[in-house]
Design a protein around this ligand. Structure first.
Ligand code: DGY
Length: 321
């Protein structure tokens, strides 16, 4: 019997490729970079399924190029702002994502950034490597306490909840904002549901865990920075455009807040040049889910969704039922 055809738009970990190869004829972009648009459009042609990544713009032109036989685009990410959902739904194409398997890794990176900024790890590492450490000093790289402080979580989803659960180990008071109260979130984290202004005013640490939507673009901008404490630390492991980067640079330069830890940027992979000049910001290149185990699991989850769709089932992680 002829095997269904699958395109993987960019190199992904091997376990997912091996799983797909058991059931499908797999074509994978061998390069570790996004396919140029024309290659993507010709690559999807005639495929029954596509495993795509957040660096691919998946819109109606792509669905049309794929053809009517195409059943699913499985996004190798939990975020899916790169996909035109409405167009997929109109064409009856399943879109799936990879929820759950990256919660620990992403929340852990938020913690890593939180500690890096609060304890000035990157600055201190640089100083030590440069041979500047000439002996203990009472005021060398003074940071800010984490234990016992208030953590403000923006977003009531799985990753925010995971972060909140871990905050209990540091005796933190947790406040959160979301579209509505989340019972499981509150039970697990003992967080208090507050309004946006209260969170901005009261939190010592603010961590963002919302998807990028028209309503969350520039959710944190100048008015929000004006409400934050001068000692506040802002962490973003969600999507860059949730923060107005120009307003962030202004706030960091004016010391309106203590610092920021960023895994994501407004116009990735472009890095706002002003950001890299500032010592009160720690920047890493969108590696929230980048652990070997998590990336393997994301791949396997996307592959299983594809296999389900090709078997005529509704994939487990369908976003547009
Ligand atoms: C996601 O899954 O949305 C992350 O940004 C990449 O893993």
């Amino acid at each position: 019997m002829k095997k269904p055809k699958v395109l993987i738009t960019r190199k992904i970990p091997e376990p997912a490729v091996l799983l797909l190869k058991e059931y499908c004829e797999v074509e994978m972009n061998p390069n570790d970079k996004a396919m140029p648009r024309n290659e993507l459009l010709s690559g999807v042609k005639g495929k029954d399924a596509v495993l795509c990544l957040l660096t691919d713009k998946i819109d109606d032109e792509v669905f049309k190029a794929a053809g009517k036989q195409c059943k699913i685009f499985a996004n190798y990410a939990v975020g899916y702002n790169n996909v035109d959902m409405e167009a997929a739904t109109k064409r009856g194409i399943f879109i799936t994502n990879t929820p759950g398997v990256l919660d620990d890794a992403t929340a852990d990176l938020a913690w890593a950034l939180l500690f890096s900024v609060s304890r000035r790890i990157v600055e201190a590492d640089q100083f030590t490597r440069e041979g500047k450490f000439k002996g203990w000093k009472s005021n060398l790289y003074l940071g800010r306490d984490v234990t016992g402080k208030t953590l403000g979580i923006i977003g009531g989803g799985r990753i925010g909840r995971n972060l909140g659960k871990k905050a209990k180990a540091f005796d933190m008071k947790i406040i959160y904002i979301a579209n509505s109260r989340k019972v499981a979130f509150e039970e697990e984290t003992k967080a208090r549901f507050v309004d946006k202004d209260t969170l901005l005013r009261e939190a010592d640490f603010i961590s963002i865990h919302v998807p990028l939507l028209p309503s969350t673009k520039h959710y944190i901008s100048e008015p929000e920075f004006n409400l934050m404490k001068e000692t506040a630390i802002l962490i973003n492991t969600s999507r860059g455009p949730v923060i107005d980067e120009k307003a962030l640079v202004k706030a960091l330069k004016a010391k309106k807040i203590w610092g920021a830890g960023l895994d994501v940027f407004e116009n990735e992979p472009y890095l706002e040049p002003e950001l890299e000049k500032l010592s009160n910001v720690v920047i890493v290149p969108h590696i929230g889910s980048a652990t070997i185990e998590t990336r393997n699991n994301m791949g396997l989850m996307a592959a299983r969704n594809i296999i389900q769709a090709l078997n005529g089932e509704i994939p487990a992680n369908t976003l547009n039922r």
